[in-house]
Design a protein around this ligand. Structure first.
Ligand SMILES: NC(=O)c1ccc[n+]([C@@H]2O[C@H](COP(=O)([O-])OP(=O)(O)OC[C@H]3O[C@@H](n4cnc5c(N)ncnc54)[C@H](O)[C@@H]3O)[C@@H](O)[C@H]2O)c1
Ligand SMILES: O=c1ccn([C@@H]2O[C@H](COP(=O)(O)OP(=O)(O)O[C@H]3O[C@H](CO)[C@@H](O)[C@H](O)[C@H]3O)[C@@H](O)[C@H]2O)c(=O)[nH]1
Length: 480
């Protein structure tokens, strides 16, 4: 029986391996992690991540051909194929700080593989890594002096959170990069055979390792660039009275452009886009391409601009101060259908409002108070390390309360900010919300999900990204 081990039981390792186990009953899959609490959660009824459809897949395979364990060395030793899906955060110190990927966890996983292995193995890069990481890892693995042969493949993951199971069941493509030698091609074929259990052959692309590594960074940069482009247009729409939804629809009907990923928002979040673009920028700079680096850097600058523009709108609309005012924050996760808050725009918006001394009442159906409090006080990039290495939750800050009921969050509030597009926010009883708020009552929709006209009829002053401005907002101080 072919044995697979995946190092890293996170948002990628967990769902990816669960789907491999489901689709390949003849393969034994072990997912290992240094975090005891995470593994305990994978073995319980309360999985460590919220992902639609995941519970069902895990329940079908766990204990049969899918196992979660902290015995990292045993499972690596036994495996034929070892996936590495550990954190690759942005470096906070030293060379390349603030841009380059920190490969500490990857390197320690590679050294451990070299130490415990007694048989030949295929090692698969699942984490998103800088170009040429496979080569560097190969050097660590092949210097073990034990004569064991390793083939390193790059197999980047393209799933998006909130739709991970659908994405894994029906991927646009599976990308496998390997050496162009006969041994490299054989390893590619072995991994291809795993995916071929459910992915049509024409969707399994094979390349050399550098192309595979770069394609992952490039795909994320292209996706994020679309969002920054439409967000840049949203600022212009507000200035001239156009409607960004109409503009992006008109633009997206051009089949060369396509309609997806053109929703204006308060900004993109998530653990990948910013980190991977910074990584790409660093690689460009290291390869003597400052103009190319500058081009991609702009995608992040526009994203930061969009978040601060939103905060400025809130403050300027409310008589240029939110000090002591209660602002309800609806949604904290970086997108709907996930409890993940890594790099969520809500962090920057909340910090901006707190900087102006607002009181916040936060509601998100999937994010805990502990997580929110930690996010609001953690340093940049600290969030992307294994959980047990992250700072613990600070003492509760009086200006932030976290509640489990959206109506409670909005009660007696001066303003409401919608920061995640949870479906439930679309079908709210906004009359009830209005009746229980202080007047004038403001709604700032960072996701363009509310019916603006209906809310204005109720009496709200409404700001919606990239939409013609409410007459109230037009007379307010200029927004930076
Ligand atoms: N989250 C996504 O949607 C997504 C999608 C595609 C690619 N990626 C990439 O995949 C990688 C993992 O991302 P993630 O979101 O799953 O991260 P994560 O933080 O959810 O999971 C990583 C896990 O690795 C564990 N770990 C770290 N070092 C270890 C070691 N030496 N031995 C055993 N376990 C170790 C951590 O404890 C953690 O549980 C990153 O490179 C990321 O860029 C993420
Ligand atoms: O039109 C859009 C689409 C998305 N977003 C925002 O962009 C962010 C990222 O969304 P999404 O890409 O759907 O989620 P991720 O889980 O971050 O997935 C991205 O990052 C992963 C990690 O590398 C990749 O595997 C995926 O292919 C890539 O889509 C979120 O804050 C969204 O709200 C918008 O603002 N407007």
């Amino acid at each position: 029986m072919l044995k697979i081990c995946c190092i890293g039981a996170g948002y990628v390792g967990g769902p990816t391996m669960a789907v491999i186990a489901l689709k390949c009953p003849s393969i034994e899959v072990a997912v290992v992690d240094i975090s005891k609490s995470r593994i305990a959660a994978w073995n319980s009824d309360q999985l460590p991540i919220y992902e639609p459809g995941l519970d069902d897949v895990v329940k079908q395979c766990r204990g049969k051909n899918l196992f979660f364990s902290t015995d990292v060395e045993k499972h690596v030793y036994e495996a034929d194929i070892v996936f590495v899906s550990v954190n690759t955060p942005t470096k906070t110190r030293g060379l390349g700080a603030g841009k380059a990927a920190d490969l500490t966890y990857w390197e320690s996983a590679a050294r451990m593989i070299a130490d415990v292995s007694k048989s030949d193995k295929i090692v698969v890069e699942k984490s998103t890594v800088p170009v040429k990481t496979a080569e560097a890892i190969e050097k660590i693995l092949t210097h073990n002096g034990k004569g064991i042969k390793f083939q390193i493949l790059s197999n980047p993951e393209f799933l998006a959170e909130g739709t991970a199971i659908q994405d894994l069941f029906n991927p646009d493509r599976v990308l496998i990069g390997g050496r162009e030698t006969p041994e490299g091609q054989k390893a590619i074929q072995t991994l291809k055979n795993v995916y071929a259990h459910w992915v049509p052959e024409k969707k399994i692309l094979t390349t050399n390792r550098w192309s595979a590594e770069l394609s992952k960074l490039a795909a994320n940069a292209f996706l994020a660039q679309r969002i920054s482009s439409v967000n840049a247009m949203s600022a212009l729409c507000e200035a001239i009275g156009a409607n960004v939804t109409q503009v992006s629809y008109a633009v997206g009907t051009d089949t060369r452009i396509g309609p997806k990923f053109l929703n204006a928002s308060v900004g993109f979040g998530g653990s990948c886009f910013q980190k991977d673009i910074l990584n790409l920028v660093y690689i460009c700079e290291c390869n003597g391409l400052p103009e190319v680096a500058e081009y991609w850097k702009q995608v992040i600058k526009v994203n930061d601009y969009q978040k601060s523009r939103f905060v400025n709108r809130v403050v300027s609309s409310m008589f240029n101060t939110v000090a002591t005012k209660k602002i309800a924050i609806l949604g904290f996760a970086f997108k709907k259908d996930t409890g993940d808050t890594r790099e969520t725009p809500a962090i920057d918006v909340c910090k901006g409002l707190l900087g102006d001394k607002a009181r916040l009442s936060i509601y998100d159906p999937q994010v805990t108070e502990d997580q929110i409090q930690r996010d609001l006080w953690m340093n940049k990039f600290d969030w992307d390390h294994p959980i047990h290495l992250q700072p613990t939750s600070p003492t509760t800050e009086k200006k932030v309360s976290v509640v489990w009921d959206a109506y409670e969050a909005t009660k007696d509030a001066d303003g409401v900010c919608i920061l995640t597009e949870w479906d439930e926010f679309k079908s709210f009883d906004y009359q009830k919300v209005y009746d229980n708020m202080r007047k004038p009552a403001f709604v700032f929709d960072g996701r363009n999900i509310v019916d603006v006209e209906k809310l204005r009829e109720i009496g709200f002053i409404v700001y919606s990204i990239g939409k013609p401005l409410d007459p109230w907002l037009k007379d307010m101080p200029a927004v930076a």
